[in-house]
Design a protein around this ligand. Sequence first.
Ligand SMILES: C[S@@+](CC[C@H](N)C(=O)[O-])C[C@H]1O[C@@H](n2cnc3c(N)ncnc32)[C@H](O)[C@@H]1O
Length: 374
Amino acid sequence: MGEQEPNDQEKKPENAHEQLSSGSSSNTEQRANECILRAFNTERKTEGFDAFDPSGYLELYYSALLPEVAVQLKDLIKKIETREGIKTMISLQDLGQLLISEKKEQNFETLENYLIYDFMIRKVVPRILQDIPEDHLRILDVGGGPSIYQHIPLFGIADTIRHGEFLSQNREVVKKWKSGEKGHEWQTFFQCWKISQRQSLAEMGGDPEIKARIEQMLGMEDTALEDMLRASLTEVMSIDVFRTDLGIEEQESTQDLSHVSREGSVELLTSNFCIESATADIATWQNGIKNISAQVLPGKFLSMTAIRNAEWYKVGETRMDAVSIDADRLALELMSQNFEILELTELIGTQEQKEKDGYDGMIFVLAKKKEAPK
Ligand SMILES: C[S@@+](CC[C@H](N)C(=O)[O-])C[C@H]1O[C@@H](n2cnc3c(N)ncnc32)[C@H](O)[C@@H]1O
């Protein structure tokens, strides 16, 4: 991407949890970041994304899951996960070994998908239901790509889901899926969601009516569930994460804007593998985080996943630029945007994976925006 790379990452403290426990973030650091941001064109558009091929992307990252792995997943994860402060760490290699010994070999990309679902079902959904027991949850997904897997664990608790994406070819794929056209196969994702959600339902708090509704959904046919998600997905819209209002207000200028306010507009913003995959520049990444943070209402939630330590990642045979971050770096950035970190999970991959895929793990975070302004 060719811009000058500010040497910003080196200035960050080693461990976000020292800051999480002391509750103090460095003002100097924040001011330095603000200066860097001002020095860059913060309205920059994503470059080099023309090469993004939706089918190649879906084939590589979202191949079919095995329902029998979902059955065992929770117990397998419990065997290998470790804690450091509030951070949970999971070694992908250890999980892979356990599955090989169970004769259920899976590639890294598939393993990662089980773990994303585990995080959403066991950590994100129960925590949100604690605070928002009724179904008044408006979800905005930013950089949703051509995929819908991310909506499956959430649509049972959502009022509406809006799918925001930069590339028209990706929006087209989701629109076609919404209209019922045959496309990528998501059936095994619905099946794995049902298995893991059933396991977690008993331990979950929240409004009995919502729990009863989820229970009812778990008894539905996959095709009926898919239709239900199509109805919950109210909009597939154009979004640019590097614009201060994500470009939403501009698109909606002829519509009723009563739900859009300076204080934010949604109870849950989801963004998976978007911002760090859309730029190779750390200041631009920070700007993207700032822009999505502004969309979250005070006291409400942000759920994000990101690739870890990536300089690039693959879409088909093409290498796309990425910005290199880890869990502590992401947590610090969200804290500087007035978020409290509720859950932080780091998947630790291997050097071999980094050479093959360009990244060596993943970061999953659930954060809650503080009520008081910064
Ligand atoms: C790695 S993909 C992730 C897609 C999907 N969220 C997933 O979990 O598979 C990154 C996505 O970010 C989108 N993207 C790139 N630049 C963007 C921008 N400026 N604003 C919003 N989305 C963008 C890309 O088009 C792509 O769909």
